[in-house]
Each structure stands twice: as structure tokens, then as C-alpha cells.
Ligand binder design. Structure first.
Ligand SMILES: Cc1cc2nc3c(=O)[nH]c(=O)nc-3n(C[C@H](O)[C@H](O)[C@H](O)COP(=O)(O)OP(=O)(O)OC[C@H]3O[C@@H](n4cnc5c(N)ncnc54)[C@H](O)[C@@H]3O)c2cc1C
Length: 401
């Protein structure tokens, strides 16, 4: 166990799960991550291992075959996995968000049908809000669903689906006019559809095409895709929760727990960067001594470790708040913002400690350097987090004069 990022007050079960995951990360992920990442190869063996550990069902209630664990347990597992390879945490993250949305908002039939298969990892989830013309401004969504008898017909283009190719269930947010007259606020005329599909690329269901993988600077291995709906017919019983017009709120609920998850990823990547930096600093000599003995490098290590601790504490606080049944948008926004910014800074410091070798693909820090920026963007950019935080602060600290 590392000295940093300890979490107090965990149950025996939580400790056992975490120690199993940490062991898996050290033995099965870290030794192969960089090689697979350079080849942009999907980590099938790792995914199979995660399935065996039950991680796809970690937060799914026991009655549906999951482990029924808390958001905190989940976030701590994600932190460990991201320490090994951030892309692997991306593979389970969208699955987790869709399962969470089903658990919170699904009809009984939808829960009974999807959750047991999701717990086993047989059905794998992706979620889709972003479009080519929008990401931050979700209310501007243009994809549309129109009712036709017992079905809806969906048209439009989606962008940036993590696990778009490998998933078999996509929660897709579209605009739906039915029952929502002209002039209805945009966020009240959106609906989440549960779209089942074959895995892979091309036409994966009549009217639904996943064109191929987007070539990215980092976050490789996990597939990120577009999704094109052209007359896609979805039965009315696949509207999440059974009623149109609630999609925006359902998705925002999902993204809120997703933010804790992204914060946890930032914590994990930063921890790994610290481990790499502190190790290299004791091996590399300049001017007759290990660089760790130069005060400038020690200061860097001190700053890095402090950031790792602070981000971890905020992430844990945000998860615990949600687990206690309270609203946590302020804490989740703060944790996501701080952890992703600190992650980028800690990774950059570790990169600098490596000198020229940090630029070589032989060193793990090169991969982390390309991965960290994704966390500044995913589940809402820093600016969007600050908008959420600012609005909430003004609610809490309303001027009484
Ligand atoms: C690798 C990857 C995976 C992703 N996976 C998914 C996924 O699975 N599902 C999904 O739906 N989406 C996914 N996304 C999309 C992601 O959520 C969006 O990229 C993100 O929300 C930002 O949207 P955008 O790219 O359209 O940027 P824009 O919204 O165009 O923003 C551009 C810039 O303007 C700033 N900005 C925007 N509005 C404001 C404002 N009001 N005030 C101040 N600044 C502002 C932003 O902060 C940003 O710096 C993924 C993205 C990436 C890169």
C-alpha cells in the first residue's frame, strides 16, 4: 500500500475489494498497458479479468446479480485501475453510468431485463449526449425522435461515444417533440432512448451506423466513435423510465456520478505519475548526486504529493456525500475540476523530472502525458465545472440584504 491517498473508515469488504483490484492492476494491467496503448489495442484479456472480478456489476444492486457496492467503493476501484491505465477505467465508466441511470430511472421491466446482464458484463453500456456541433451546451441537441405508432423514429448524428463500438446498449439523448408543444424549454423536451445494438462497426442495427474509431492522441485502446441514426426505429418501451421529456435530467444525474468517476481517474493517473517521478528522481544522478537530493526536485515531489492527497480527499468527500443520499453536484464539480487540473500538473512535473527520457516512448510517463488532457474535457470541461460550482455557491450564499 502506498503512503499517499489512504481512505479512512472503509469496511472490511471495501478493503478486500480494493486490495484485490490493486493486485490485479499491479500484475495484469501495469506490465502490459504501455505496449497495448502504443498499438491502440483493445485490452480484451484485462476486460475479461475485470468481468471475473465482478467489476461490471460493482454498483448494481444484489437483487439484479451485482455486488451492490457504494459510489465510494466504485470510485476507489476506478482510482486504482486508472493508476494502471486510464483507458481501462474508461471501458467500465460508461457502462457504470448507464447501469446507474437504469437503476435510478428505469421502469421495472427495463431494470429486470438489462441489469442482470449488465452485472455479468454480457450487455455493455455506452452513453451519448455529444454531437458534432455541441458538447458543453447539451440543451442545443439537434438529434430528433418522432413518434410513429408504438415506435419512435430517430434521426441525427452523435459524436464522441466512449465504447461506441464495443457496447451493446447505448443510452442516447435526443430531442422529442411528442407531448411537448412549441416553446417548451429545451431541457424539458429531451428523452433518453435505450438503444440495443450489435458490437462492432458499420451498420450495427437497421438505421444505426457506427462508422469507426476516432484516432486520438491518448486514451487509446478504448474505442471512441461517432453514431449515425438514419430512420432508426426504437420501440416505445425503450424510452428510459417510460415517459418522454425527462432525458436531460436523467443524463445530468448520470453525469454527476460520472464526474466523481473522472475525479477518481485523475487521482489514479496523478498517483502513478508521482510513483514514476519519485522513483526516477532517486536513480538519476546529476552533479554527483541523485536528482532527488537537489532541493528543486524535492520541492516538485512535495508539491506533487500534496496535490495527490488533496485531490483524493475531495474525490472521497464527493462520493461519500452522494452515498449519504445528499445532493453532491457542488462537491462532484469541485472534485472533478481540482483532480483533473492537479493530474495534469503532477504528470507534467513527473515528465520534467524524467528530463529527455520523458519524451521517449520507452518511459511510461510519455503515455500519461498524452492521457491527462482528456480528463480536462470529459464529463464537462473545467469552465463548465466552474459554472456549476459558481451557481451553487450563489444559491448557498444568497445575499440577504
Ligand atoms: C476522448 C473523449 C471521449 C468522450 N466520450 C464521450 C461520451 O462517451 N459521451 C458523450 O456524450 N460525450 C463524450 N465526449 C464529449 C465531451 O463530453 C465533450 O467533448 C465535452 O463536453 C466538451 O464539449 P465540446 O468538445 O463540444 O467543446 P465545446 O462545448 O465546443 O467547448 C469548447 C471550449 O469552450 C469552452 N466553453 C463552452 N461553453 C462555455 C461557456 N458557457 N463559458 C465559458 N467557456 C465555455 C469549453 O470549456 C471549451 O474550452 C468525449 C470527449 C472526448 C475527447
Amino acid at each position: 500500500m502506498s503512503r499517499l491517498a489512504q481512505t479512512h473508515g472503509l469496511t472490511d469488504v471495501q478493503q478486500e475489494i480494493l486490495s484485490t483490484v490493486r493486485d490485479f492492476v499491479d500484475k495484469e494491467i501495469i506490465p502490459v498497458a504501455t505496449e497495448l496503448e502504443h498499438r491502440d489495442e483493445y485490452p480484451q484479456r484485462i476486460v475479461d479479468g475485470l468481468k471475473e472480478l465482478g467489476l461490471f456489476g460493482l454498483m448494481i444492486p444484489e437483487e439484479y446479480g451485482g455486488l451492490g457496492e457504494s459510489l465510494l467503493t466504485y470510485a476507489l476501484c476506478v482510482e486504482e485501475i486508472a493508476r494502471g491505465w486510464m483507458s481501462v477505467s474508461g471501458i467500465i465508466n460508461t457502462h457504470f453510468i448507464v447501469a446507474y441511470m437504469l437503476k435510478q430511472h428505469g421502469t421495472q421491466e427495463q431494470k429486470d431485463y438489462f441489469l442482470p446482464k449488465m452485472a455479468l458484463g454480457e450487455i455493455r453500456g455506452a452513453f451519448s449526449m455529444s454531437e458534432p456541433g455541441l458538447g458543453s451546451d447539451v440543451s442545443a441537441i439537434t438529434s430528433k425522435a418522432v413518434r410513429d405508432g408504438d415506435e419512435y423514429v430517430l434521426n441525427g448524428q452523435k459524436m464522441w461515444l466512449t465504447n461506441g463500438g464495443t457496447s451493446t446498449l447505448v443510452a442516447v439523448l435526443v430531442r422529442s417533440d411528442e407531448g411537448h408543444p412549441e416553446g417548451t424549454a429545451p431541457h424539458k423536451s429531451m428523452t433518453t432512448f435505450l438503444v440495443e445494438k450489435e458490437p462492432g462497426f458499420g451498420e450495427v442495427r437497421p438505421g444505426l451506423t457506427i462508422p469507426g474509431k476516432i484516432d486520438k492522441m491518448g486514451y487509446k485502446g478504448v474505442d471512441t466513435t461517432e453514431l449515425i441514426m438514419d430512420g432508426l426505429r426504437i420501440p416505445a418501451d425503450r424510452v428510459l423510465g417510460g415517459a418522454t421529456g425527462r432525458g436531460f435530467y436523467q443524463m445530468m444525474d448520470g453525469v454527476e456520478v460520472g464526474r466523481v468517476n473522472v475525479a477518481a481517474r485523475g487521482c489514479g493517473v496523478a498517483q502513478r505519475a508521482f510513483e514514476l517521478g519519485v522513483s526516477y528522481a532517486q536513480q538519476r544522478h546529476t552533479f554527483g548526486k541523485p536528482i532527488a537530493q537537489h532541493q528543486a526536485i524535492q520541492f516538485k515531489l512535495a508539491e506533487m504529493a500534496t496535490k495527490v492527497e488533496a485531490a483524493h480527499a475531495m474525490m472521497v468527500n464527493a462520493a461519500r456525500k452522494k452515498d449519504s443520499g445528499q445532493r453532491n453536484d457542488l462537491e462532484a464539480g469541485m472534485a472533478k475540476y481540482l483532480a483533473s487540473e492537479y493530474c495534469k500538473e503532477v504528470v507534467e512535473d513527473a515528465f520534467r523530472i524524467h528530463g529527455g527520457y520523458g519524451f521517449s516512448k520507452e518511459y511510461e510517463i510519455e503515455r500519461l502525458y498524452r492521457e491527462a488532457p482528456m480528463l480536462l474535457i470529459g464529463e464537462g470541461t473545467a469552465e463548465i465545472q466552474k459554472m456549476i460550482i459558481g451557481r451553487r455557491l450563489l444559491e448557498e450564499y444568497r445575499f440577504q440584504g
